[in-house]
Design a protein around this ligand. Sequence first.
Ligand code: ZN
Length: 181
Amino acid sequence: MPVRIAYAVARQIANHALAEAPKEACGILAGADERISHAAPLNNAADAPETQFRFDPNEQLEALKALDAAGLEWLGVYHSHPSAPPIPSAEDIQAAVDGSLLQLIVSLDSAKPRLKLWRLDGFAVAPIALGFDTQIDVGIDDHPSRRQQVAMVIAGIASVLLLLAISLLLLPPAPELTTAP
Ligand SMILES: [Zn+2]
């Protein structure tokens, strides 16, 4: 099962990366059940933010507390590669101390931002399939209102269109916000 990311969150991360370039942008990913529904941008406290990233420990702690209070699970970390492909650098692999966390890299090395997900565990570098999620949360209502039903139908159509768009965009050259399986 691929990990899903809300499309709006993918867009938010890409925009963060674009705003910080040529510095690397970074932040944490949260959600539940292998679904990334939230991203919290953090400042890059690295000495050389153009080529590396580091969280400020206090800021990270505050962000994690806020996620916890919101009932969200800490799923992973994201950072950008302003001019390199979305592949973990030697430093990224060294810095990834927790193998259970997902590592999302957004690359700005081509015309459109590219997102790629990894799991880094020791020297094991494994790409993880990532899919966009356009699902609208309708909560636990057993009898969705007419408006919600319409919203679900629209979301369904949007998913199909998005899938079509993604398959078209997956052809070279680099697509907009590809998840490059
Ligand atoms: Zn990196």
